[in-house]
Write a protein that binds this ligand. Structure first.
Ligand SMILES: Nc1ncnc2c1ncn2[C@@H]1O[C@H](COP(=O)(O)OP(=O)(O)OP(=O)(O)O)[C@@H](O)[C@H]1O
Length: 370
């Protein structure tokens, strides 16, 4: 009982719109989806992000009902949709699908394509729903046209309208924007997201592109070898990676190798705290190129050591490239001839062979078991 006499323990929690529990799937003795669990709320976008072959599409196909799991359960609004005994057919799951090849029916008009999934309602009601959706995706002028008369982006918007027509509770999207050219993609991504949020649809988006996941997701589930290795808000997944591979999936990564002595790792950039790593173990100190600071050589010395940046180490410019918003400078380091990369905002293109001193932002480094 709380202070206003309300018994919070008797409130039934609202179940997630989509919940999957312990999904498993093997092909020919190889486990490709390994104990996947997650939940998505209405209006929330979760991205399954991972390299090719890690099991993203298989997970999505099991939720859609076109692939059967070996074990595990799928729930929609708290109701069981599929386990190893019970299986609701795909068309009764109230799930919409969008894929890269959005496969509109070429012989059907735009209106008939959008109406395709509408099974109930009178002819007039169906027509009204089609018009409402085509208005929403700004394609009313094409209502009587055919797919071949539309650009890739317009076809994609028709596919979205078609998927939304039966008012699905959940939208499953498998790399839906990868067939579009860059100029179109950002606009269509944002517009699609606005519409799905507006309709309170729970969205599961599969992608192998970190930028797409960061741009679209409320939550990212990072997958590797059939497992979710990290799950959280994009900011947390990016800034607190669980391991070196998770960090390197989002950006270029520099690595220093060191051995731990007395909970400290000694490196050419000074000491790093390595709590929890026993003495004698090898660790990788990993950091992104944007967290490397560059200083000019001052008669054979670099900047003085500081608590935040540690000791400077000397390197020689091997390559410098202008990348648009930033410049990428590659150094061969004096201490072991390894390569370190630094990015600098705007234009900074030092000549090959220039001697410089590098320091690393200590608070942006991660110490992982090697
Ligand atoms: N029907 C099948 N029979 C045999 N192996 C399969 C089958 N479907 C998928 N696989 C294998 O399962 C693994 C995971 O495939 P899946 O399509 O889920 O990966 P993905 O992460 O979506 O990759 P991509 O981004 O390339 O589509 C792959 O190695 C694939 O070859």
């Amino acid at each position: 009982m709380n202070s206003i006499g309300f018994d919070e323990t008797r409130v039934t929690p609202v179940p997630p719109r989509l919940e999957v529990k312990n999904l498993m799937r093997s092909f020919e003795g190889r486990t490709v989806v390994n104990d996947i669990s997650f939940a998505i709320q209405p209006g929330q976008v979760t991205c399954l992000l991972g390299p090719s072959g890690c099991g993203k599409s298989t997970t999505l196909r099991m939720i859609a009902g076109v692939e059967m799991q070996d074990s595990g359960e799928i729930y929609v609004d708290g109701a069981l949709v599929c386990d190893t005994i019970f299986r609701l057919p795909p068309e009764r799951r109230e799930i919409g699908l969008m894929f890269q090849d959005f496969a509109l029916f070429p012989h059907l008009s735009v209106a008939d394509n959008v109406a395709f999934g509408l099974t109930s309602g009178s002819k007039a009601e169906k027509r009204a729903r089609v018009e409402e959706l085509l208005e929403r995706v700004d394609l009313m002028r094409f209502i009587d046209g055919y797919p071949h008369q539309l650009s890739g982006g317009e076809q994609q918007r028709v596919a979205l309208a078609r998927a939304l027509a039966p008012k699905p509770k959940i939208m499953l999207m498998d790399e839906p924007f990868s067939g579009l050219d860059n100029r179109l993609r950002d606009g269509i991504r944002d517009e699609t997201l606005n519409i799905l949020k507006e309709q309170d649809t729970a969205v599961l988006l599969v992608t192998h592109e970190p930028e797409e996941a960061m741009r679209m997701a409320d939550e990212i589930a990072l997958m590797r070898d059939g497992r979710i290795v990290q799950h959280g808000a994009p900011y947390n997944v990016y800034t607190r990676p669980v391991d070196r591979a998770a960090l390197a999936f989002f950006s270029d990564a520099n690595v220093l190798h060191a051995t731990v002595e007395g909970a400290l790792a000694q490196t050419p950039f000074g000491q790093f705290l390595a709590p929890g790593h026993p003495d004698g173990t090898m660790v990788d100190i990993v950091f992104r190129p944007q967290h490397v600071r560059i200083d000019f050589d001052r008669g054979g010395t670099g900047p003085k050591p500081t608590a935040t940046d540690g000791t400077a180490a000397r390197g020689v410019v091997q390559r410098a490239r202008f990348m648009g918003n930033e410049s990428l400078v590659e150094f061969v380091m004096d201490y072991d001839d390894s390569i370190l990369r630094a990015t600098v905002p705007n234009v900074f293109l030092p000549k090959v062979g220039t001697v410089m001193w590098l320091t690393i932002r200590r608070d942006k480094c991660f110490v992982f078991d090697a």
